[in-house]
Design a protein around this ligand. Structure first.
Ligand code: 1HE
Length: 268
């Protein structure tokens, strides 16, 4: 069962409903390498603002064509000839979209291929899990374009790879791909087949968790990173108080106590 979501019939982003409450969100402007123009960002804001309240259990973020996303729409940026204030507001809309993703409480698994560059990497880094195939490559070409990041890379890409690597990527145009991209932390899964298939498999696994647990995992961890250690520990206790006593967890605990629940085992 895969059908278009009737509430999100957008021009640049398609949303389909799969089974088990999984949504597949696909950037759908391949002729422009899925570059992010203002209209696309507004679609992402609407979608990721509403998804947590509309029953999404997990979301796969994918893209059509040969590339995941070429970042900021440079042609629109050139044509608009924006003022500093105009572009500040553009960036604030990007932050709105990406914060809704990171803090929204619904697991988002990005299925990456081809170019994941500039703002495309900023978008991917707002997902909770990144899966890439062997065609995927990662770069921050802003320095070469006479630009700077504006969609959260100074926060999220630094979180992934560290300050020095991000600065190197921007200064020198360094491109990461394959095993090296995995090793530096740009992604969590590198697959030889389809990143979309793997992302769907992971989304199904995440969707089998209780929604309140996923809400905590996919919002609280990020909020806590912004806090002092003392405040984060306090917040963790309060959230665990709510999540770990949820009535829906009782049957899972009961199954463990009765030895019918799966045990945690090594992979091989
Ligand atoms: C675009 C864009 C774009 C392609 N904005 N239109 N981002 C970049 O610096 C990446 C710029 N793009 C590229 O390096 C390449 O296009 C790709 C490696 C992604 C793909 O290469 P290729 O050979 O498949 O495609 P192409 O021939 O370069 O482009 C095909 C079309 O897509 C063409 O349009 P057409 O109408 O002439 O056919 C391109 O203009 C269009 N296109 N990329 C607009 N980015 C909040 S601050 C964020 C800062 C940034 O993200 S800086 C941007 C970094």
């Amino acid at each position: 069962m895969s059908q278009p979501h009737p509430d999100f019939l957008f021009a640049n982003v398609t949303v389909t409903l799969e089974d088990e409450g999984i949504w597949v969100v696909t950037l759908n402007r391949p002729a422009k390498r899925n570059a992010l123009d203002e209209a696309t960002i507004e679609e992402l804001i609407e979608l990721f603002s509403k998804a947590p309240r509309q029953g999404a259990r997990a979301i796969v973020l994918a893209a059509s064509g040969d590339h995941f996303c070429a970042g900021l729409d440079l042609v629109e940026h050139h044509d608009e000839d924006r003022s500093p204030a105009d572009f500040m507001h553009v960036c604030l809309r990007w932050h709105e979209a990406f914060n809704k993703m990171e803090y929204g409480g619904v697991p988002i698994i990005a299925a990456l291929h081809g170019a994941v560059v500039g703002g495309g990497l900023e978008l991917a880094s707002a997902a909770h899990v990144r899966v890439a195939d062997e065609t995927a490559y990662f770069a921050l070409p802003e320095g070469q374009r006479g630009l700077f990041t504006g969609g959260g890379a100074t926060i999220r890409v630094v979180d992934l790879v560290g300050k020095s690597r991000m600065i190197d990527m921007m200064l020198t145009g360094r491109v990461y791909q394959g095993q090296e991209a995995l090793d530096v932390g740009l992604l969590q899964y590198l697959v030889s087949g389809s990143s979309l298939d793997k992302a769907l498999e992971l989304a199904r696994r995440a969707a089998a968790n209780l929604p309140l647990s996923n809400f905590a995992i996919c919002s609280a961890v990020s909020h806590m990173q912004n806090m002092s250690a003392m405040d984060a520990a306090y917040c963790e206790a309060v959230i665990a108080g709510v999540v770990n006593t949820q009535p829906d967890a009782r049957s899972r605990l009961d199954a463990f106590a009765k030895k019918t629940a799966a045990r945690v085992r090594p992979n091989n």
